[in-house]
Design a protein around this ligand. Sequence first.
Ligand code: HEC
Ligand code: HEC
Length: 220
Amino acid sequence: MVGTALLRKLPGMLLVLGVLATPVGSSAAEPSAAQEIGAGNAQFGKQKVQSENCQECHGLNGVGLAPSAPKLAGQYANYLVKQLQDFQSGARRHPVMTAMAESLSDDDRADIAAWFSSSQPMSGSGAIPSLIARDLFIRGDFNRNILPCKSCHGETGRGQYAETGSYPVIGGQHMIYLREQLRNWRAEIRTNSAGGIMNSIAKALSDEEIEALASYISGM
Ligand code: HEC
Ligand code: HEC
């Protein structure tokens, strides 16, 4: 048992140290299942989600009804682990999630992330047509330092696995949650993206553009 526990832990530790963060034998845009699911045990994760009551807001399979609680289904495991670490350390703040993440161990985070990342991926009910949003998503606006969302979050918002970690899935996410996060990045209420990249992008966006992007992306 000790041996298995160690073996189970080791890849997680390496992942945290960034040792396994470089995809081996696959392109950055197409992560292998192992990279998406990470080092955790999905079945243990399912049990932990239930015993911790995460499903009350996020749904057992990672799609909950509360529009401010993000869908977690099909999200990258290492992104989920990072967010749970950030809530625990205070790098990302939210009254409910800070409390929910407080008692989770490294194993808990890896297992829960494995469970949600292996669920049927989130999706929207068709992109809401918006020229403003589509343009920003695909082309960005270089005069205002807005990089195209597509370059990191992928053509259809499915995100991508990168050497530095993962660019999260945003396509098909709840509209209310997306809008809230873009506002939070802009107001620096959320500051946990590497190099402050999401803060500098969101600061250039108007209210109207945030509204349009959130609707457009949630439909993907
Ligand atoms: C009472 C409702 C509630 C419960 C219970 C809850 N969450 Fe959350 N969760 C939220 C909300 C709301 C957010 C969005 C926080 C924000 O706006 O920054 C969130 C955010 C998250 C995120 C960040 C996702 C992203 O896309 O960035 C993760 C991961 C997460 N929760 C996991 C969990 C886990 C694991 C549990 C159980 C241990 C849990 N949550 C329990 C409401 C809840
Ligand atoms: C240079 C890469 C890059 C570009 C370009 C980019 N993002 Fe991001 N984005 C990220 C990273 C990295 C994160 C996750 C940060 C973290 O660890 O919390 C993120 C997070 C987000 C989140 C929060 C997701 C969640 O589940 O909480 C939203 C929403 C988002 N981005 C929207 C956008 C939009 C809209 C655009 C285009 C206007 C955009 N991003 C452009 C890298 C990028």
